[in-house]
Design a protein around this ligand. Sequence first.
Ligand code: BGP
Length: 459
Amino acid sequence: MKLSSIPENFMWGASTSAFQVEGAYQENGKGLSIADIRSFRNSEKQLDTKVTSDFYHHWEEDLLLMKELGLKSYRFSVSWTRIFPNGDEEKPNKEGLAFYHKIIDRLREYNIEPIVTMYHFDQPIGLVEKYGGWVSRQSVDDFVKYAKCLLEEFGGKVKYWLTINEQAVMVVASDMLGIDKDLPIQERFCKAFQANYHMWIAQAIVFKMCREKFPDSYIGPAVSYITTLPATRKSYDMMAAKELEDFYSFAQMDVAVKGEIPYYFTNELDKLNFKLQTKPEDVRILQEGTANYLGVNWYCTTIVESKRDVPEDQFIFLRFNRIRDNDLLYTDWGWNFDPIGLRYGLRQLMDRYGKIPVVITECGWSEKEEIEDGQVHDPVRVDYLKGHIEQMNLAMKDGVNVISFNPWSFVDLLSVGEGMEKRYGLVYVDRTDFETRTLKRYKKDSFYFYQELIHDNKH
Ligand code: BGP
C-alpha cells in the first residue's frame, strides 16, 4: 500500500484511555472516578475498571510492543483521580504524577510522541458527590487546577494535549456526568447542557493557559465526530442529517475553534425552554481560549431520516430516525464500515476550519475474538484499517491537514458499554469479562499489517 500524500514525519500512532486500560483502581493513592462507579454498577454483567488490561503493571511491556510496531505517537489519558484522588485536594498525589512521568519518559526514549488527554470520562466521584460535578460551575475551577498541574508538570515534555474526550457523548449518556438517567428527558438534558457549557468554559481557560505558557504546543478537544448522512436525497432528510451533525459534532468543534456558541445550538436549547446560566466574562473567555488543532474520534457514519410528523419546534433528538444501510457491513454492536465517510468527514472539516491540523485520535473496529494457538486473526480489522487509511490518504491529497492517525485501541481494553467482549486492540489481552487469566499480550494480524504499513511508508 503506497500512501503518496502522507509525509515522512506523519505520526502513525494508537490510542487508549486510562480507566479502560490501566486497572490498579485504588493503587498508590488513586481515588474513584465516575467511570469506576458506573462500571461497578455492571460488575455482575461484565468487566469493571478494577483490573481491566492491567496496563498499570504491564506498561513497560506494552510500550516495548509499541516500539516494535514502529509507532510514532501514542494517544492516552491521564487518570484525573491518580493526580487528585478526590478532585478537591490542594496538592497533587506525587505517586500519580510519577507514574505518568515514567510513561512519558519511556515514550520519548522510544521516539514515540505522547498525545495526552487530560479528561477521558473519569471525573473524580468526589466532585460529583460534593457539588454535582460538571452541573456546577465549581467544576470549572477544579478542572483548571488539575489541567494547570498537568501543564506545569509535563508541559516541558508533552507537545500535544487534548482537554476533554467526547463531551457530546457524555451529554447524551448523561449518567457519565453523574446525572440521573431516569430523570424526565427535559430535566435531564437541561442539566447535561449546563454541564456541557461549564466544560466549554473550563477548556477555553485551559486552551489559553497552555498556548500562553507553551506557544509551540498543540491543544484541542477530542471530539466524537459522527459524520451524518441523509437516508435519501430528499431535502428533509438532508436537513435532518445536517441539523444532527451540526448539533452533535460541529457545535463542539465550532466552540473550540471559533470561540463562540453557534446559533443552531442555542436554537435547540430554546426548544427545551432552557436558558444557560452564564457569567458576563464568559464571552471573552470563549473568544480568548481557542484550540489550535482538533482531535477527532471517527468510527463510522450515521444514516438518518427525518421524522416528518414531528414539528420543527421539538428538540433535535426527537426529530430523526437512525437507518441501517444493508449494503454496509456492521459490527455486532451496530457500527458500520464506511471508509469513504472518513474522507467525506475530513473534507467537511477543511471546508469549515481550513488547514487546522487534525489528529485522528480514535478509529477502530470491534469484534468478539478468541485466541487460537497463540494467534488472533482479525481480517475485518485489517480491511477496516486499510480502507480508512486509504481514504485518509485521499483526504490529505485533497488538502486536509491530517498529522496523525491513532487507531482505537492499542491493546484490548474495557469497552465503555460492553465490557471485554467487544475488542478493538491491535494486541490481544488474555482475559475475559470474568476471568483475569494470564493478561498476556499477543500480536493480532492487524498488528503485523500496521507494522508493515508504517515501515513501507517511511519514504
Ligand atoms: C469512544 C470513546 C472510547 C471508546 C470508543 C469505543 O466513544 O472515546 O473511550 O471506548 O468510543 O466505544 P465503546 O467502548 O463503547 O465500544
